[in-house]
Design a protein. Structure first.
Length: 74
């Protein structure tokens, strides 16, 4: 279970790094490096929803990790 949690954190950090790079490009007046694909947007929405449900206490850590495993892209 720990390995799954670490993998989930690494995937979320990777997505966050891509978003941060786009924010920096936007601040410089540049266009994002590439347009987001629909699948990526759906993936980010799913992760955001799961994180919000966990934060609000709607899901336990076990439920959160169980559901996030289906969203992880390796």
């Amino acid at each position: 279970m720990l390995l799954l949690f670490i993998t989930a954190i690494k995937c979320i950090e990777g997505d966050a790094a891509l978003v941060e790079a786009d924010v920096i490009r936007h601040a410089r007046g540049q266009q994002p490096s590439k347009q987001k694909r629909k699948a990526r947007t759906n993936h980010q929405t799913t992760l955001l929803t799961l994180c919000q449900q966990y934060t609000k206490g709607e899901k336990t850590i076990r439920e959160f990790l169980h559901e996030i495993r289906y969203s992880i892209r390796l």
